[in-house]
Design a protein around this ligand. Structure first.
Ligand code: NAP
Length: 349
C-alpha cells in the first residue's frame, strides 16, 4: 500500500466521563493515506481550541455527532492544499473547515461528507490565523448572535460576558459600533483593563472581585436591553434581575456549566431568577453557528471591512505545537487564555 507523508494526530481514546479530560488524549504519528480521485492533502498550520469541544467529547445529544473513541479530535483549522486530485481545489489554495487536531490529512474535496466541507480562504487579504478568529467562526458567531438576535440600537445598554474572550470581544465591539452603551464582564484586572483601554467599552465588571450585583447596578443605571451570555450560571442569574422591560437575552454559550453538563462534574446551575422573563416580557434565544452557515457570505465582508478599517480588533492567544492540546484546552475553563485560543502547528520541514 502506498502511503503519504507522516503526520501527527491527537486522538480521543475514550469519552472523558467525570475525570479530567487530559487523561483521554493520545499523540500518534500515522502516515496519511494515498490520495484518491476527488481528494486533497492539506498541511494544517493553525488549529482552533474551542469551549464547544467539550460538547463533542461526550456521547450525549448535541448539535453534531460526537467524536468516536480512537478518532482524531475534531477541531476547526486552516491549512494549505499541498497535493490535489480534486476538481474543486488546486494545490496552493488555502482552506478552512473541520481539519482536526493533526498536522496533515487527506480530505474528500469533491462531494464531501457532512462536516468535511472545505471552504477556500483568501490569505492574500488577511493572515490565515484570522480565519479562525475574527474572520472565522468566532467572528461569525459574534456577528449573528449580536446583530441578528441581540439587535442593539443606538443608546441601548448591552452587557457581554466573557467579554475579553474570542466571541465576547467581537460581540462587544459590534454592539459598540452600533451605537450602544456596552459593559463587559471578565475575570481580573488585566482583562477588564483591556475592555476599557483597548476596546473602548463603557465599563467593565470584574466578576472575580465579587459583588457582581453591585457592580452591575452602578454601571447600568438604565438597566440592560441586551445581554449576550457566554457563561451562564451565577452571572446569568444576576442579569435576569437587571434586564429592562422587553429586554433580549442571547444565549451564545454557558462555559461555567460545561464541565457539569458534558462530564457530569457537579450539578448544573440553572437560573433561579428566570421568572423575571414573565414580569418583564423578556426574550431569551439560543443558537449555534449551524443555524447560520448559509449566511456566512453576509458576515465575512462586513467583519473584514470593519477589521481593515480599524473598527474591530482581534486578540489571539497562540500556543505552539498540537501535542500541547491537553493543557491548552483546560486554559479556556480557568481563564488563562487572553483572546482567541489557537494552536500553531509545528512542521518538521
Ligand atoms: P473565550 O471567551 O475566548 O474563552 C473562554 C473564557 O470564558 C475564559 O477565558 C474565561 O474568561 C471565561 N470563563 C471560563 N470559565 C468561566 C466561568 N466559570 N465563569 C465565567 N467566565 C468563565 O472562548 P470563546 O471561544 O469565545 O467562547 C465563549 C463562549 O461562546 C463559550 O460559551 C462558547 O461555548 C460559546 N460559543 C458559542 C458558539 C455558538 O455557535 N453558539 C460558537 C463559539 C463559541 P475570564 O477570564 O473572563 O473568566
Amino acid at each position: 500500500m502506498v502511503h503519504g507523508p507522516e503526520a501527527t494526530q491527537i486522538r480521543m481514546m475514550d469519552y472523558p466521563g467525570t475525570g479530567p479530560a487530559r487523561d483521554v488524549w493520545k499523540v500518534t504519528n500515522d502516515d496519511t493515506p494515498a490520495l484518491e480521485t476527488g481528494q486533497v492533502l492539506v498541511r494544517i498550520d493553525w488549529v482552533s481550541v474551542d469551549p464547544g469541544m467539550s460538547g463533542w467529547i461526550t456521547n450525549k445529544r448535541s448539535y453534531m455527532p460526537p467524536v468516536m473513541p480512537g478518532g482524531v479530535m475534531r477541531a476547526f483549522g486552516v491549512g494549505e492544499v499541498i497535493e490535489s486530485r480534486a476538481n474543486s481545489l488546486k494545490q496552493g489554495e488555502w482552506v478552512t473547515g473541520f481539519l482536526g487536531l493533526q498536522s496533515k490529512a487527506v480530505f474528500t474535496a469533491d462531494n464531501p461528507a457532512p462536516f468535511e466541507e472545505l471552504r477556500k480562504i483568501p490569505v492574500d487579504f488577511a493572515p490565515p490565523n484570522l480565519f479562525l478568529s475574527g474572520l472565522g467562526m468566532t467572528g461569525y458567531t459574534a456577528y449573528f448572535g449580536m446583530m441578528d438576535i441581540g439587535r442593539p440600537k443606538p443608546g441601548e445598554t448591552v452587557v457581554v460576558s466573557a467579554a475579553s474572550g474570542a466571541v465576547g470581544s467581537v460581540a462587544a465591539q459590534l454592539a459598540k459600533n452600533s451605537g450602544a452603551r456596552v459593559i463587559g464582564v471578565a475575570g481580573g484586572q488585566e482583562k477588564c483593563g483591556y475592555l476599557i483601554d483597548e476596546l473602548g467599552l463603557d465599563g467593565a465588571i470584574d466578576y472575580k472581585a465579587g459583588d457582581i450585583r453591585g457592580q452591575l447596578k452602578s454601571l447600568t443605571p438604565d438597566r440592560v436591553d441586551v445581554y449576550f451570555d457566554n457563561v451562564g450560571g451565577d452571572i446569568l442569574d444576576e442579569l435576569f434581575l437587571r434586564m429592562k422591560y422587553r429586554g433580549r437575552i442571547v444565549v451564545c454559550g454557558g462555559i461555567s456549566q460545561y464541565n457539569s453538563q458534558s462530564r457530569g462534574q457537579g450539578q448544573i446551575k440553572g437560573p433561579s431568577n428566570y421568572l423575571t422573563m414573565v414580569a418583564q416580557s423578556l426574550t431569551m434565544r439560543g443558537f449555534t453557528m449551524k443555524d447560520y452557515m448559509d449566511r456566512v457570505p453576509e458576515a465575512l465582508p462586513l467583519l473584514a471591512k470593519a477589521w481593515s478599517e480599524g473598527q474591530l480588533k482581534f486578540r489571539e492567544h497562540v500556543v505552539e505545537g498540537i501535542e500541547k492540546f491537553p493543557d491548552t484546552f483546560e486554559m479556556l475553563f480557568d481563564g488563562r487564555n487572553h483572546g482567541k485560543l489557537l494552536i500553531k502547528v509545528q512542521h518538521a520541514s
